[in-house]
Design a protein around this ligand. Structure first.
Ligand code: ADP
Ligand code: ZN
Ligand code: ZN
Length: 749
């Protein structure tokens, strides 16, 4: 078996328990639930960061990782209790010391077991205990990588791509090369590549060469930003603040290029909040940087993700672009981190281990003593506080790179107005006018489906989910009702399920209903809907986006999903249909989010000429709408002042402790006892609220109850939480209450 560079060399010796010498006791972090750290007997003292196979329970063999903590085996005390390690899988440490330090920090910060963080951090291919030997052959050694053949697209290949008449597989291969030269194994198998080569569509080349070096000269603002960034060598956080289209990405590219040029080993991590944005950045940077760029996100196969991580680990890839999980990559020599659209909520993982990749990217930069750049048109209030406190440096791009025109704004007062299918008559007229001018209009509505409520006007029955505290949403395309929280589906009833009356009505509007209404009102227009129902996969989403870009749609209905980062040249007007929902939210961040949405959505309109933003609201007097007339910074300052007055984060720190159980009383009791125990233990500097039911307290037949822990500062919170965890560990968990933490929650649930 070949020696593998990622630290692989399998020598699974399946000795029976008795055959193995028991000389040491090693602490092993399990890579499967319960992700605990358990002791096992071992023949040798084991260094950290090696995967091992260990027995768990009666018959299972599971993966674990050595912690590097061990002691001598004592036959009299350890004798009966301990099981032996079945096999040591790696001969070289799988992760670096720096990487381990970072993962350990993350585990501590979010009150997670180290094993759980490892299981999240390691590529899936390394976590399958059944396929360890089989996989080994898949990985190539460093020497083999160097020998790989690079291909580029020939002119004939380019021509073939632009014609419609080529096969699917061929198109896929050629498209990959459209942005960048690639190694053979990144395109297709050897045989197929040779075939394409024989037909003259691709040609071998030495290594990655850039065909079209677009030289974009930075404008003076961008240059000033670059100058500031080039001074940053040690840890520091800079915030590149500029509206969409102000040229932030160009600044990233220029900075990356300088860093790569100044040091032949330098690496950069560029985070994007979503797959589609990561893909876009990858395509753009591939054309502009003559180095290997790795791409990591959840739409890539396990194999692709492994290869990306490996290239980052051995230093071959100089830039890693990825969504939040990319922070786990083990860099050979990381020199800078960039977080694009740093305000985006998608940086927070909302299930299992609730970590925030943006915050952890900053923590990682601190550990490695390197600079961080956060880019956004709408930085979070938390970010503005850091800027005000002079901890972080603000770098502003005030002008748009291409146009400098402020969008036109219409606040359409719909109080006491009869809406037609969810639209004011004025808005319908305006849409009509835009269509006459052959312009695209984008309509935003943050609710999927057809109608949010099916309602019986005879008996007041409502379409509620049987498993959650919420309504089921009617979807006409499937003729079903869907629960957007647990995924339950039911047929759309024709008669009321409660009283049998023929009086069912659909109340409210979802994207499907708006789509249908538009088709009715504007029969000649091409209407396109983009939400997770019809653009659930990355590929579907990209295809819809491409359709919009090519101008193949006149009216586009979308959820917030569409508000980010895309460039639609022919889009002049954006209308927000449901702005008011923010004012009825219980979340103290709702207005901040509305302000961000307005700015981001506004950024979609008129990127190359003057745009128009239309907002339907019955609360025109709300100050947040002024964000469209002022700078976002002013609005953020206003929000920050409110937070300070109300003592909300960032003027304090929050953490939730959730208890989950099918019986609401069991979950509540557990937290009541916990609260009492915390009081008895006299943990200082924190305040506790609850137990209270979570906002959506019943979800998928489980009740969720929460304690809100409040501390003056994050450091105090970090001192208190481990104490609370110890208390929880000691508490009897009656009938399996699931307990988990959400440190620095981003949304109220
Ligand atoms: P952002 O990342 O802030 O949205 P981009 O960097 O994508 O902005 O720039 C928006 C558009 O303006 C892009 O098409 C980009 O190529 C162009 N652009 C940016 N800076 C310049 C410049 N200095 N000269 C010419 N075009 C530029
Ligand atoms: Zn009824
Ligand atoms: Zn449900």
């Amino acid at each position: 078996m070949s020696q593998l560079d990622f630290g692989f060399d399998t020598e699974i010796t399946d000795k029976t328990e008795e055959e193995q010498a028991r000389n040491f006791v090693c602490e092993i972090d399990l890579l499967v639930a319960p992700f605990a750290r358990y002791s096992y007997a071992s023949e040798k003292e084991l260094p950290p960061n090696l995967r091992v196979l260990v027995p768990l329970g009666k018959n299972r063999r599971v993966l674990g990782m050595t912690s590097g903590i061990y002691r001598e085996y004592k036959a009299d005390t350890d004798g009966k209790k301990l099981k032996s390690i079945t096999a040591v899988i790696d001969t070289k440490e799988l992760i670096s010391e720096k990487n381990r330090q970072f993962l350990q920090y993350l585990a501590t910060y979010y009150q997670a077991n180290f094993g759980e963080v490892l299981a999240l951090a390691l590529p899936n291919l390394l976590l399958d205990s059944k396929k360890i030997t089989a996989q080994d052959a898949v990985f190539r050694t460093q020497d083999e990588i160097k020998k790989s053949i690079f291909y580029r697209l020939t002119t004939a290949g380019e021509q073939a791509l632009s014609t419609e008449k080529i096969g699917k597989k061929q198109r896929q291969c050629l498209e990959k090369l459209a942005n960048s030269d690639l190694a053979q194994e990144q395109i297709a198998d050897k045989k197929y590549c040779r075939e394409l080569e024989t037909r003259g569509l691709i040609a071998q080349c030495e290594e990655k060469t850039l065909r079209e070096e677009e030289t974009i000269e930075l404008n003076s603002e961008q240059n000033a930003a670059l100058t500031v960034l080039l001074e940053k060598k040690d840890f520091s956080v800079s915030v590149l603040y500029g509206v969409t289209g102000s040229g932030k990405t160009e600044v990233y590219i220029a900075w990356i290029r300088e860093i790569l040029n100044s040091n032949s080993q330098a690496q950069i991590l560029l985070l994007a909040p979503e797959i589609a944005l990561a893909d876009t950045l990858y395509r753009r940077l591939s054309k502009r940087l003559a180095v290997e760029i790795a791409l990591e996100h959840s739409a890539k196969t396990n194999q692709q993700r492994f290869m990306a991580r490996k290239a980052v680990k051995n230093g071959q890839a100089r830039v890693l672009i990825g969504t939040r999980s990319a922070i786990f990559a083990d860099f050979a020599a990381l020199d800078a981190v960039i977080v694009d659209e740093c305000h985006d909520l998608s940086y927070k993982q909302m299930e299992n281990l609730r970590y925030n990749a943006r915050d952890m990217a900053i923590a990682m930069a601190k550990l490695r003593n390197i600079p961080v750049l956060l880019g956004s048109a709408t930085p979070l209030v938390e970010t503005w506080r850091q800027i005000e406190d002079k901890n972080w440096q603000l770098i502003a791009l005030e002008n748009r790179a291409l146009t400098n025109q402020k969008a036109e704004i219409t606040l359409d007062n719909i109080r006491d107005v009869d809406l037609i299918d969810g639209f004011s008559a004025r808005l319908l007229r305006e849409i009509n006018r835009r269509l006459q001018n052959k312009e695209q209009v984008l309509l935003f509505l943050n609710r999927r489906g057809y109608a949010p409520v099916l309602f019986c006007s005879s008996c007041d029955w409502k379409s509620e989910c049987t498993a959650c505290d919420c309504r089921m949403i009617a979807h006409l395309d499937t003729a079903k009702m869907h629960c957007h929280h647990c995924g339950r589906v039911q047929n759309l009833p024709i008669f009321c399920p409660q009283c049998g009356a023929d009086d069912l009505r659909l109340l409210g509007f979802g994207t499907q209903r708006v789509e249908q209404a538009l088709i009715r009102h504007f029969p000649k227009a091409r209407v396109l809907r983009v939400d997770t129902d019809n653009a659930g996969t990355n590929k579907q989403f990209r295809e819809l986006i491409a359709e919009i870009e090519r101008g193949e749609a006149d009216l586009i209905v979308g959820t917030q999903w569409l508000s980010k980062g895309h460039h639609f040249p022919n889009l002049q007007m954006v209308a927000v249909l449901d702005a008011d929902s923010a004012f009825y939210s219980q979340d103290y961040r709702a207005e901040e989010r509305l302000a961000q949405m307005l700015v981001q959505v506004g950024g979609r309109a008129g990127r190359e000429s003057r745009g128009h933003i239309w907002i339907q609201t019955s609360l025109v007097e709300k100050e947040v709408f002024q964000v469209l007339n002022r700078s976002y910074q002013e609005e953020a300052r206003r929000q920050l002042a409110i937070r300070k007055m109300e003592e909300f984060p960032p003027y304090c720190a929050y953490a939730f402790i959730f208890a989950l159980h099918s019986d609401v009383a069991v979950a509540t009791d557990f937290l009541s006892v916990l609260r009492q125990e915390i009081a008895n233990n006299d943990i200082s500097d924190i305040e506790i609220l609850g137990p209270i039911p979570a906002l959506m307290s019943r979800k998928n037949r489980k009740y969720r109850v929460e304690l809100l822990i409040k501390a003056g500062r994050k450091a105090q919170m970090q001192r208190a939480l481990p104490e609370i965890r110890k208390i929880i560990a000691k508490m009897p968990k009656k009938s399996a209450v699931a307990v988990y933490f959400d440190v620095d929650p981003l949304v109220f649930e």
